[in-house]
Ligand binder design. Structure first.
Ligand code: ASP
Ligand code: MG
Length: 409
């Protein structure tokens, strides 16, 4: 019999009826004789509502107290689900992150799991209990509650699956799996039967809002058998595994991220050490940068542009403007009217034509490209935000991604 970790997201436990439905899904596996560990998110918009409540009281609460507050959402879900299972007459126990032995660092609000002491969970499984664990939370060496960052319940589930050496980790959500593009903006986006860890990692970090990026990193590192599927129907979902159908498929998905801002550092000296100074200032503040471009020097001066995520804009401007003399720049410019559009596919590495095809699609759709970056498995371009939906559709169409679905191979 297998050990299975099942994670249910906020929409899957949004109300009592859905919790009863989740209980049914869990019991189906349990009755087949499997050991089942369930990870739950907070119900519906609970986390957003808690953030709003905090704001009404104090606009700058400490991160520690914020984590105490936000961890409450998952605890509501776990108790309600346990009650739903009790009602059916099956043995069940719910555990907080602390009780489940999930140890994190002390980065309140975006803590990383350091270790999991699985003793308690195994003890409960030995007693034939269904074990429900609160997602998104752990505890640190000060015995404080920590949370893992928005969307972090996925990471709880995958980390538990790795620590428990589970046979399978199923992420239940409100979509059928991983799509070639966001079906909300590309109507004929196709559901993929499988995708590689690396492709999924890129898609997750490029704005495909299905899995927490960190969860995919852990799945890849520990080779977790991972499936994304819907809690609303029985469709088989998407399997995330070591190798996709790389030979056949060049491009597997297209994503856009509107949450970006461009910074241009104008008129720095064209000499060794300038980029180092600039980016180490940002690294010190934990600000990640992407799509870096340095222009061709003229009269000993050059410009460096890059993009950051919007929430880091204020901080970035503050750091750069207060160090403008250290960097030796004439001026710092910024704009947040851009979108980053990316294609992902492990098969594109040996195919120089892929970039040209992407640019042709953008040209046909009359979309101007501001910046370009490529890696072995992705190409990203910066475009005007007003063009982004058109760009995604044009690329999806050009690479005929709709044909990648189960129906069309
Ligand atoms: N409830 C948390 C959030 O909304 C964690 C999660 O749902 O994964 O971000
Ligand atoms: Mg989520």
């Amino acid at each position: 019999m297998a050990l299975i970790v099942k994670k249910f997201g906020g929409s899957s436990v949004a109300n009592s009826e859905r919790i009863l439905n989740v209980a049914r899904i869990v019991l189906e596996s349990y009755k087949e004789g499997h050991s089942v560990v369930v990870v739950v998110s907070a119900q519906g918009d609970t986390t957003d509502e808690l953030i709003e409540k905090a704001r009404e009281i104090n606009t700058k609460p400490s991160k520690r107290e914020m984590d105490v507050l936000l961890s409450a959402g998952e605890q509501i879900s776990m108790a309600l689900l346990a009650m739903a299972i009790e009602k059916e007459g099956y043995p069940v126990i719910s555990l907080t992150g602390y009780q489940a032995g999930i140890m994190t660092d002390s980065n309140y609000g975006s803590a990383r799991i350091k270790s999991i002491d699985t003793e308690r969970i195994f003890r409960e499984l030995d007693k034939k209990n269904i074990v429900i664990v609160a997602g998104f939370q752990g505890w640190n060496r000060y015995e404080d509650i920590t949370t893992l960052g928005r969307g972090g319940s996925d990471t709880t589930a995958v980390a538990l699956a790795a620590a428990l050496k589970a046979d399978l980790c199923e992420i239940y959500t409100d979509v059928d799996g991983i799509y070639t593009a966001d079906p909300k903006i590309v109507p004929d986006a196709a559901k993929l039967d499988d995708i590689s860890y690396d492709e999924m990692l890129e898609l997750a970090s490029l704005g495909a809002n299905v899995l927490h990026t960190r969860s995919v990193e852990i799945a890849k590192k520990y080779n977790v058998n991972l499936v994304v599927r819907s809690s609303f129907n029985n469709s088989p979902g998407t399997i995330i595994k070591e190798v996709g159908k790389v030979e056949k498929m060049l491009v597997r998905g297209v994503a856009k991220d509107d949450n970006v801002a461009r910074i241009a550092v104008i008129g720095v000296e064209d000499k060794p050490g300038v980029a180092f100074k600039l980016f180490s200032l940002l690294a010190k503040e934990n600000i990640s940068v992407d799509l870096i471009i340095q222009s061709i020097g003229r009269n000993g001066k050059t410009d460096i542009s890059f993009i950051i995520s919007k929430e880091n804009l204020d901080k970035t401007l503050e750091v750069l403007n207060s160090n403008i003399d250290v960097i030796g720049a004439e001026e710092i410019r910024h704009s947040d009217k851009y979108s980053k559009v990316s294609i992902v596919g492990a098969g594109m590495v040996n195919n120089p034509g892929v970039a040209a095809t992407m640019f042709e699609a953008l040209f046909d759709a009359d979309v101007n490209i501001h910046m370009i970056t490529t890696s072995e498995i992705k190409i990203s371009v910066l475009v005007d935000v007003k063009d982004s939906v058109r760009a995604v559709n044009a690329i999806h169409e050009k690479f005929r991604l709709a044909e990648l679905g189960s129906g069309g191979k």
